[in-house]
Write a protein that binds this ligand. Structure first.
Ligand code: KG4
Ligand code: ZN
Length: 364
C-alpha cells in the first residue's frame, strides 16, 4: 500500500510517498520525500513569520505533492491513503496541509489519517532503522519541543519528561540571534562550536528537582516514582539568559557590539556542551529508571553533530543501543508523517473528514 503524507506545521512544505513493506521488522519504505524549505524567506526576519509561512505553503503545496508522486513514479490511483500533520504547530500553516489532505482524500475516495507531529518524529526512528528494541526511551528535541517519551509497545507514546520553558532548538535559535549568527541557529552553532573551546567559559546547567505545579498530568506520570518523575524535565531559558548576560558584559568590556570570532566560537562550544549534557543526562537516567532496552533521539536538534557523537559514546558505555535518524529525517519532513500515519492505519484508525488543525495538540 502506498500512502501520501503531507507536513506543513511550520516553515517546510513537505510531501512524501511511503510504502508498507509487509516486513514486521522494517514495516515502511520511503518511495519519495520532497521538502520545500522557507528558510530563505524567514531568515530576513530573524525567525518564522507565521503569516508569511501560511502564504508560502499555499503557493508550494500542489507542486510539492506532484513532485512526491512523480519521484515515486506513481499516480493518485496508486494511493491507498493520505496522512497529514494535524498539530501541534502554527495553525495557519497546519490548515494548509489539513485542508489540502482532506480535499484530496475526498476527491479521490481515500481514507485520511490525522497525525501528531511528534509521533512523526518518533516514528522517523523506525522508518530509518526498523522496529526499535522495546521498551524504548525516545527524546524528541526540536525547535518547538523537548519531550521525552516512553514507548512500551509500537505506536504507544507516554510522556515522561518535557521542557518547562524553551525547547532546546529554540534556545539554539535565540542564542544564535543574540550572537548575530542568523536563523536558524542550530546548524551554525553546531559548526562554530567545533572550532571553539567549550571548557574556557562556564555556563550554568539547570537541574530540576521539584514538581511542576502548573503542568498537565503527563500520560506516563505513574511510570516512575514521584521522587524521580519530577527530575525528568528540562529547562533552557536560564542558560539562554546566562549567554545574553555574558555577551552584554563582553560587549561592554571590549567597547564593541562585535565580539571576536574565536570568542563567539568558545561561547557556542560552551552553550552546546551544556545543552548536550542536559539532554543526554535526563534521557539516559530516565532510560535506566524505566528499564528501556533502547534509546531514540529524533527531531531537528538530533541533527547536531556533538549530540550524535556524545549519544553514541554514552550508549556504548552504558551498553544500550542508541538510534538517531539520518539528517534528512531529523529535521521536518513528510516521510516521518507517513510512517506515523501507517502506524495508525495498522491500528485501524482513519480520521473522519471533520477533524481540524490544532495548534496545541497533545500526544498521548
Ligand atoms: O524538527 P524541526 O525541523 O522543526 C520543529 O519541529 O521545530 O527542528 C528545527 C530546530 C531548529 O530550532 C534548528 O535550529 C534545530 O532544529 N537544528 C539544530 C541543528 N539542525 C537543526 N540544532 C542543533 N544542531 C543542528 N545541527
Ligand atoms: Zn519537527
Amino acid at each position: 500500500m502506498n500512502l501520501l503524507a503531507i507536513e506543513t506545521s511550520c516553515d517546510e512544505t513537505a510531501a512524501a510517498v511511503i510504502a508498507a513493506t509487509g516486513d514486521t521488522a522494517a514495516p515502511w519504505r520511503i518511495r519519495s520525500s520532497i521538502v520545500a524549505s522557507q528558510t530563505a524567506i524567514h531568515r530576513e526576519w530573524g525567525g518564522v513569520v507565521p503569516e508569511l509561512a501560511s502564504r508560502q505553503h499555499v503557493r508550494d503545496i500542489c507542486g510539492v505533492v506532484e513532485s512526491a508522486l512523480g519521484e515515486a513514479g506513481i499516480g493518485r490511483r496508486d494511493l491507498g491513503a493520505i496522512a497529514v500533520t494535524q498539530g501541534p504547530g502554527l495553525v495557519g500553516s497546519l490548515l494548509v496541509g489539513v485542508s489540502f489532505a482532506k480535499a484530496y482524500a475526498w476527491a479521490n475516495g481515500l481514507p485520511v489519517v490525522a497525525v501528531h507531529h511528534l509521533a512523526g518524529h518518533i516514528e522517523s526512528l523506525t522508518l530509518a532503522h526498523g522496529e526499535l528494541p522495546l521498551p524504548a526511551a525516545v527524546l524528541v528535541v526540536s525547535g518547538g519541543h523537548t519531550s521525552l517519551y516512553f514507548v512500551r509497545t509500537p505506536g504507544s507514546y507516554q510522556l515522561v519528561g518535557r521542557t518547562r520553558d524553551d525547547a532546546a532548538g529554540e534556545a539554539y535559535d535565540k542564542v544564535a540571534k543574540l550572537l548575530g549568527l542568523g536563523y536558524p541557529g542550530g546548524p551554525v552553532i553546531d559548526r562554530l562550536a567545533r572550532q571553539g573551546n567549550g571548557e574556557r567559559i562556564r555556563l550554568p546547567a539547570t537541574r530540576l528537582t521539584h514538581a511542576d505545579r502548573n503542568a498537565p498530568r503527563a500520560t506516563g506520570a505513574d511510570l516512575l516514582p514521584a521522587e524521580i518523575a519530577r527530575r525528568t524535565d528540562f529547562s533552557f531559558s536560564g542558560l539562554k539568559t546566562a549567554v545574553l548576560r555574558l555577551v552584554e558584559e563582553r560587549q561592554r568590556a571590549l567597547a564593541t557590539p562585535r565580539l571576536p570570532p574565536p570568542e563567539i566560537a568558545d561561547i557556542c562550544a560552551a552553550f552546546q556542551r551544556v545543552v548536550v549534557d542536559a539532554l543526554l543526562d535526563r534521557t539516559f537516567e530516565a532510560a535506566g529508571w524505566l528499564g528501556a532496552r533502547s534509546i531514540g533521539i529524533a527531531g531537528g536538534v538530533s541533527a547536531n553533530s556533538a549530540l550524535r557523537a556524545a549519544a553514541e559514546a554514552r550508549g556504548v558505555a552504558a551498553g544500550i543501543p542508541v538510534f538517531v535518524p539520518p539528517i534528512s529525517l531529523s529535521t521536518d519532513n513528510a516521510a516521518m508523517i507517513g510512517a506515523a500515519g501507517l502506524r495508525r492505519l495498522e491500528g485501524g484508525v482513519a480520521s473522519p473528514l471533520d477533524f481540524n488543525a490544532e495548534a496545541s495538540l497533545v500526544l498521548s
